[in-house]
Design a protein around this ligand. Structure first.
Ligand code: KG4
Ligand code: ZN
Length: 369
């Protein structure tokens, strides 16, 4: 007999094939993340076609492992929740097609959810374990910082968002990965930049903080990336060969980069908290694993009436537990969303009760849907 409280989550939006079983809206029974790190590392970035092929290869086994680890059978699952976007379209289609086939063949209800909202939900799962209304207080400000996204929302409640801003060029996680490459670190260097920065002096170099006008909630990382490039190449001072950058200088560059990358995130999130009288700030996505970012947020919020919440570390990067939890949460409230009549979508789209989205990369207003 299906257990109405058990949700199987499936996530294939980028380079992680992930499946998880969640009881109710929050209790994680299993969470399997099959990383494709080995596949993409030699290319220095995610190769979409390879990612899709790998998803096809491992998705069955990943779902099987999630069920096994949770100690449940497919017949026990009461709901399947899958990410329908945004992400790499081919990669999304693998998860969506698999979930639709599984739902149809087993008669299990299905819901498609938004990946960005799932990141926001990861903080709810980690910080509101005892039930709705505890932990995070609303209105809250929500910041999503990952390899693909840098977005700031006002969350009037969970499920009710107002778009405040986003990056006009690169995402902060992507910038960190590029800086890592400039510093000679291997693929997926964000965490390695963090380690290197631990031994450096953040004040040694004054890299630019972009778009720091009050009331502007957009972000930009292209200029910072270029500034680091010029510095490493020696254009900033005496012209030097890249190979003569010492370890101490690399550590200083890493630390100074992090300070310049994170300051706009912290400052603008807290500006938004002030402007909208938010009591909580929710910071999530892969980059929210970063200890320096966490410390900067906690320090800056300490003398204001704002509490900052982060997801558990395992829930910061892409995972299906947040997808299962969000699916269960939405299915309980928005019954018409429980359907297999949906498409995968590559670009960020409005979701839930949401207003005010404009694509900052295009610089024009999009109507809320
Ligand atoms: O959320 P995520 O797994 O995928 C996307 O939805 O994009 O985020 C991955 C990103 C990568 O850019 C990775 O370098 C970054 O998160 N990241 C970090 C850290 N851990 C992961 N960046 C800085 N410091 C970290 N500790
Ligand atoms: Zn993500």
């Amino acid at each position: 007999m299906p257990h109405p409280m058990l949700t199987l989550g499936i996530e294939t939006s980028c380079d992680e094939t992930s499946a998880a079983v969640v009881e109710g809206e929050r209790r994680i029974l299993s969470s399997i993340v099959a990383s494709q790190f080995d596949l993409h590392s030699r290319y220095g970035g995610v190769v979409p076609e390879l990612a899709c092929r790998r998803h096809v290869e491992v998705i069955s086994q990943t779902v099987e492992s999630a069920l096994d680890e949770a100690g449940v059978a497919l017949g026990d699952i009461g709901l399947i929740s899958v990410v329908k976007g945004p992400g790499l379209i081919g990669a999304l289609l693998v998860g969506v097609s698999f979930a639709k086939a599984l739902a149809r063949s087993t008669g299990t209800p299905l819901i498609g959810v938004n990946h960005v909202e799932a990141h926001l939900y990861s903080a709810v799962m980690s910080n509101m374990p005892a039930g709705a209304g505890e932990g995070i207080e609303f209105p809250a400000v929500g910041l999503v910082v990952s390899g693909g996204h840098t977005m700031l929302f006002l969350m009037e409640d969970f499920g009710q968002y107002r778009w405040l801003g986003g990056t006009v060029d690169d995402a902060v996680g992507e910038a960190g990965d590029k800086v890592a490459t400039l510093l000679g670190l291997p693929y997926l260097g964000g965490p390695l930049v963090e380690n290197l920065a631990g031994g450096g002096n953040a004040c040694a170099i004054d890299f630019p903080r972009a778009m720091m006008q009050r009331g502007n909630y957009d972000f930009s990382y292209a200029g910072l990336k270029t500034a680091v490039l010029y510095h490493v190449k020696g254009y900033a001072g005496a012209r030097r060969d890249e190979s003569v950058v010492t370890d101490a200088e690399r550590a200083d560059i890493a630390a100074a980069y992090q300070a310049a990358a994170f300051e706009p995130l912290v400052t603008k999130t807290l500006w938004a908290a002030d402007e909208f009288a938010a009591r909580s700030a929710v910071v999530c996505g892969g980059v929210s694993r970063n200890q320096t970012l966490r410390a900067m947020f906690t320090d800056a919020a300490a003398d204001r009436n704002v509490r900052v919440y982060f997801p558990a570390k395992a829930l910061c990067t892409d995972n299906a537990a947040m997808v299962a939890g969000l699916g269960a949460w939405r299915a309980a409230r928005f019954h018409d969303e429980v359907t297999d009549d949906f498409d995968a979508f590559p670009n960020f789209e409005t979701f839930g009760s949401f207003e005010g989205y404009r694509d900052p990369r295009k610089g024009r207003r999009k109507k809320a849907q």
